[in-house]
Design a protein around this ligand. Structure first.
Ligand SMILES: N[C@@H](CCC(=O)N[C@@H](CS)C(=O)NCC(=O)O)C(=O)O
Length: 277
């Protein structure tokens, strides 16, 4: 692992790191904030998965999580959203290819060669974080925005023993039923929709996957809500499954980091409460 930068912030250290990923076969860049802590202490970890077009830098620059993470003693990990680089397949559209990995392991050419974001997040990066940072991997929470909210929900639903807490900002909740998801899952996984179900939060819940509870915020002025995000589908799936869902429709907020940063403090505190030793 190579350190690209470290800066002191709120008494802790905001770092940006790069490593050669076996999962994607490319260099991958991610950021980690480690709050101030006693020597030898192991701290809970909050994963934040970003949305379309993002790198680790969007939330690192605009997410405003550090004060809350310092206050609650939570490590904050922000991975990239896809493999990138000249030798990596891409698409001209913003919602497919580089910057749009959708947290799946692609099976279709030309994507399968590098697009392995499920394995990368679930296996490789978590092992690296455990080895390199003062992280207590028995206390992990996960959140994310939009495509990253989809990643957080599906990863938590597939790995309920690993995550004690899961929340999301304006997530894609049923990718198989919306244009962003149909395009991405069809492209990465092929047209057999049976292969999509493990990457669809509402489908996972419908087939029995469970988490203890969910916190979701979405702005009621979010320009993607009606066509792409469809929070009512998550509401229905959770109601049918008996999963306690706190869904907050925040008046006047859009899809941007102005929305995310406004509610970030609430999410960090909510996770910290559930990640207490
Ligand atoms: N740029 C796209 C929208 C993409 C978008 O809103 N991406 C969100 C995640 S889904 C984001 O976080 N963008 C980066 C940023 O705001 O810093 C468009 O033209 O419609």
């Amino acid at each position: 692992m190579e350190t690209l930068s470290t800066n002191q912030a709120h008494g802790g250290v905001q770092g940006v790191y790069r490593h050669e990923s076996r999962a994607t076969g490319t260099p991958m860049t991610f950021s980690v904030y480690v709050p101030p802590h006693a020597e030898g202490a192991r701290l809970p970890v909050l994963w934040y998965l970003s949305g379309l077009t993002c790198t680790h830098a969007n939330v690192t620059d605009k997410g405003e999580y550090r004060r809350a993470c310092a206050e609650h003693g939570v490590i904050f990990v922000a991975p990239g959203t896809s493999p990138r680089g000249e030798g990596v397949a891409d698409d001209d559209a913003y919602d497919f290819g580089q910057g749009a990995g959708f947290y799946v392991d692609a099976t279709q050419a030309p994507w399968a060669a590098h697009f392995a974001m499920r394995s990368y997040i679930e296996e490789e990066l978590s092992a690296l974080v455990a080895a390199e940072f003062p992280a207590d991997m028995d206390r992990q929470g996960i959140t994310g925005h939009s495509m990253g909210g989809h990643g957080a929900l599906t990863i938590a639903l597939r790995n309920p023993a690993r995550f004690r807490s899961v929340s999301a900002f304006a997530p894609i909740v049923a990718p198989a039923l919306v244009p962003w998801g149909e395009k991405a899952l069809g492209g990465y996984l092929g047209q057999d929709r049976a292969a999509w179900a493990r990457y669809d939060a509402c489908a996972l819940i419908g087939s029995g996957a469970r988490v203890d509870e969910l916190l979701v915020d979405i702005g009621d002025a979010d320009q993607f809500m009606a066509e792409q995000l469809r929070p009512e589908l998550l509401e229905a799936a959770c109601a049918a499954a008996g999963i306690p869902l706190t869904l907050r429709r925040q008046p006047g907020y859009d899809h941007s980091y102005y929305f995310i940063s406004t509610f970030m403090t609430d999410h960090v505190a909510w996770h910290a409460e559930r990640l207490k030793a």
